[in-house]
Design a protein around this ligand. Structure first.
Ligand SMILES: Nc1ncnc2c1ncn2[C@@H]1O[C@H](COP(=O)(O)OP(=O)(O)OP(=O)(O)O)[C@@H](O)[C@H]1O
Ligand SMILES: [Mg+2]
Length: 220
């Protein structure tokens, strides 16, 4: 089994408005294996989103290394990072970040790195219970429908790594079940999933739990 994501001794600090730096991550080590669902849990402000943003190459660590599929991507340029993201990483955020004026179907077609027929996209939307709203603009979808479209979009390029930041927040039980199922089936086809959340519901699908207190070698 290979690790699809590995963080090695990651340090990250942020400057406050007065210019003082605050250390958020001080020596984070974690890995996610192929087909594994890892649940990152910890209190608000403990650095979960910071870890996901660094893993998704949206933010650069001050020190340490980020490995995606065995390649060191720590120093990837923004352009190279975007290529890695489009081919190897799917991301879902707390708010779905869909393009509001595009339909559900168009949001997915736009994210796809291959030419997909309408039928192929419709098949995927159907799996998420979204066929009936495929041609509805994202801004006219409910929060739960938007989040399901976001999962469908994140998985469209069959990424090796899926990063999900508080994906269940504000969702009812049936929408939550739909996103749990999306993660489960992504993992069954080999995707490694890292989900950051307070929501205890992830205990049902996680192969492993990672409390922030355990990933932080040293708290500053
Ligand atoms: N861009 C930034 N600039 C300055 N400080 C930041 C920035 N991003 C995060 N922080 C700070 O880093 C700390 C960790 O934030 P982070 O968003 O990673 O926490 P979290 O565990 O995801 O919290 P929550 O559960 O509330 O989402 C917080 O103290 C936050 O204020
Ligand atoms: Mg967060």
């Amino acid at each position: 089994m290979t690790s699809v994501l590995r963080l090695e001794n990651i340090h990250k600090s942020f400057a406050d408005e007065g210019g003082r730096r605050h250390q958020v991550l001080a020596g984070v080590d974690l890995h996610v294996m192929q087909g594994e669902i890892v649940w990152l849990r910890g209190e608000s402000g403990s650095g979960k989103s910071t870890i996901l943003n660094i893993s998704g190459l949206l933010s650069t660590p001050d020190a340490g290394r980020v490995w995606i599929n065995g390649h060191d991507r720590t120093k990837a340029s923004p352009r190279a990072a975007a290529t890695v993201r489009s081919k190897e990483i799917g991301m879902v955020f707390q708010s779905s970040n869909l393009l509001p004026e595009l339909t559900a179907l168009e949001n997915i077609v736009l994210a796809s790195s291959r030419q997909l027929s309408r039928e192929a996209v419709m098949q995927r939307l159907e799996r998420f219970g979204l066929a009936a709203v495929a041609d509805r603009k994202a801004k006219r979808l409910s929060g739960g429908q938007q989040q399901r479209v976001a999962f469908c979009r994140a998985l469209i390029n069959q990424p090796s790594v899926l990063l999900a930041d508080e994906p269940s927040s504000g969702l009812d039980a049936s929408n939550t079940e739909a996103i749990l199922e999306a993660m489960r089936s992504g993992a069954e086809s080999g995707c490694g999933v890292l989900v950051a959340s307070h929501d205890e519901v992830f205990k049902h699908i996680a192969h492993r739990q990672l409390p922030m207190s355990e990933v932080l070698v040293e708290q500053v």
